[in-house]
Design a protein around this ligand. Structure first.
Ligand SMILES: Cc1ncc(COP(=O)(O)O)c(C=O)c1O
Length: 394
């Protein structure tokens, strides 16, 4: 008999991690799988950051850390917010966590009561929906269109608001669509929220630096939104530090205090060595990580060109992050190599089994017509992967 709680029984397994596990299984069988499913830079953490970590070990940073992070790190975060985002936060408004994922889990836990609705423009990052559900919130998916670059409009937001709406969560640049909300687009959303003063916003800016056009804007930069917005960020993506597990928030101080309290009972402060290394990462001028962004930009151009040669793929032009999110619905209902493709999940599995390329179904991101392809892989791997996809589909 299943003795587990409803909470865990109702929780979906992260689709990106599930796909990576399936790819690993096939690799173990000797298959040469190209992995384009994970949201992880394929670069090493820059040496100047690694050196800071080694120094921290040698300086005996080994004790429990303050629950909300070392003061020196929080000061570096405050300077970063000021330098990159024109945001002024004070020490009590910053909480450092074990990855932005924990930052988000904290926010859900401290903000949501059972039945509270959280508006998620689709496609959204894979974990938003289940993090919200874990805290008894109700995700409300707002479908966007490729024609509008997968962004939620003010009208769509207005229509989705109910008396139960508590929050809106979005990422910009967006995982999985790569879309970046402009200042004007955010202002239009903020104008809707003027009429609804009890709705709070989570602005997930973890891909901030991986922006090919420039012009990153934070919702909290609007004076009327600052007290209603939690700005989430972290070092996983831009600094190639996924395994170091450091994320952070800038928030109204009552929310930050609550996250601190929650974290104090769940995990305590984040890892000591990683925190010391992140001080160095955040104090560095963003030009030191530009070589990675430049390479992602080259790969984006490459993959968009290659995809345009495949019939039936319709793709927006991502402005940031390192994903493309093509609509592949023109293949639905077709049988290829004896396999019938009825939806994006079938399509993604078809690519894994027949092209030996791992991608992720759009269904994991709340979109049933698209798949996510990560281009955090070498240019040679991208060329080979798209060649295989083309062959498998022809
Ligand atoms: C949009 C978005 N937010 C948050 C995260 C979590 O990042 P972290 O590694 O800091 O937990 C990810 C990672 O994939 C992401 O894509």
């Amino acid at each position: 008999m299943n003795q587990l709680s409803d909470r865990i029984n109702n929780l979906a397994t992260s689709a990106t991690l599930a796909m990576a596990a399936k790819a690993r299984e096939l690799r173990a069988e000797g298959k040469d799988i190209i992995g384009l499913s994970l949201g992880e830079p394929d670069f090493n953490t820059p040496d100047f950051i690694k050196e800071a970590a080694i120094e921290a070990i040698n300086q005996n940073y080994n004790s429990y850390t303050p629950v909300d992070g070392y003061v020196e790190l929080k000061e570096a975060i405050i300077k970063k917010f000021k330098r990159d985002n024109n945001l002024n936060y004070t020490l009590p408004q910053i909480v450092v966590s074990t990855g932005a994922k924990q930052s988000l889990a904290n926010i859900a836990a401290v903000m949501l009561n059972p039945g509270d609705e959280v508006i998620l423009p689709c496609p959204y990052w894979v974990s938003y929906s289940d993090i919200v559900k874990l805290s008894d919130g109700v995700p409300i998916e707002v479908e966007t269109s490729i024609e509008n670059d997968f962004k939620m409009t003010a009208e769509q937001l207005e229509a989705a608001i109910t008396p139960k709406t508590k929050m809106i969560w979005y990422s910009s640049p967006c995982n999985p669509s790569g879309s970046v909300y402009s200042k004007a687009e955010l202002r239009a959303l903020a104008d809707v929220l003027k009429k609804h003063p009890n709705i709070y916003v989570v602005s997930d800016e973890i891909y901030e630096h991986i922006n090919f056009k420039g012009g990153h804007f934070s919702m909290a930069e609007f004076e009327d939104m600052k007290d209603r917005t939690v700005t989430v960020n972290g070092v996983s993506k831009a600094f190639a530090m996924t395994g170091w597990r450091i994320g952070y928030i800038g928030a109204p101080d009552w929310i930050a205090r609550a996250c601190n309290k929650m974290q104090g009972q769940m995990t305590s402060g984040a890892n000591c060595i990683a925190q010391r290394a992140v001080i160095t990462a955040l104090e560095a001028d963003p030009s030191r990580i530009k070589y990675m962004v430049d390479e992602f930009k080259e790969r984006r151009k490459l993959i968009l060109n290659l995809l345009s040669e495949i019939e039936g793929f319709k793709t927006n032009e991502p402005e940031g992050a390192f994903y493309v999110f093509p609509n592949v619905s023109s293949y639905f209902g077709k049988t290829i190599k004896g396999k019938t493709i009825n939806n994006a999940t079938d399509f993604s599995l078809f690519l894994l089994e027949e092209a030996l390329v791992a991608t992720v179904t759009g269904e994991a991101f709340g979109n049933k017509d698209c798949i996510r392809i990560s281009y955090a892989a070498s240019q040679n791997e991208i060329i080979e992967a798209i060649k295989r996809i083309k062959t498998a589909l022809s």
